[in-house]
Ligand binder design. Structure first.
Ligand SMILES: CC(C)(COP(=O)(O)OP(=O)(O)OC[C@H]1O[C@@H](n2cnc3c(N)ncnc32)[C@H](O)[C@@H]1OP(=O)(O)O)[C@@H](O)C(=O)NCCC(=O)NCCS
Length: 134
């Protein structure tokens, strides 16, 4: 793997916005990732191939023993090389080091082999509800 994964590695907003848009198929947004991550997350993991950002995962936190993975992303050009698994492993180690006892994630059915088999998560019922203002 010529790619380096870093816990809380520096990120530019533009590169995260570009990666997110590619991964989830939407227009490139202008989100202030740096501010959101610093203010609300336990941390994040970046993956770089040279200077290029090719992977990211956000580790949200309740301030106690629960951490939550959000936006696990590997650039399309770099998938199926084990980078996603490594992003999650670095996130898991950092959550453990911060005193967390549980790491949560939710995802669509098609990613069950990634999270259950490759990353070692256990299936558990979960719920989600849209709470956007009508
Ligand atoms: C999900 C994602 C992060 C996986 O990243 P990746 O670097 O390709 O994953 P890895 O190479 O570490 O995969 C390890 C194993 O997980 C499984 N896996 C990975 N991606 C998979 C997929 N899309 N469907 C089914 N199984 C998958 C495979 O068993 C794989 O091993 P193999 O390549 O030897 O078959 C990447 O596909 C991605 O960014 N997708 C778009 C964004 C997204 O939907 N993120 C999830 C949000 S919950």
């Amino acid at each position: 793997l010529s790619v380096t994964c870093s816990w809380r590695g520096p990120l530019e907003n533009d590169e995260v916005n570009a990666l997110h848009a590619e991964a989830f198929g939407h227009a490139v947004l202008d989100d202030d990732w740096q501010a959101q991550l610093e203010r609300h997350s336990l941390g994040w993991v970046s993956a770089r191939d040279g200077e290029a950002l090719v992977g990211f995962v956000n580790v949200a936190w309740d301030g106690g023993v629960h951490a939550f993975l959000l936006d696990t992303i590997v650039a399309a050009s770099h998938r199926r090389r084990g980078i996603g698994r490594e992003l999650v492993a670095v996130a898991e180690a950092a959550a453990r080091a911060a005193g967390c006892e549980w790491l949560h994630v939710d995802f669509d059915d098609e990613l069950a082999p990634f999270y259950f088999d490759a990353c070692g998560f256990t299936p558990a019922p979960a719920g989600v509800k849209a709470v956007v203002r009508a």
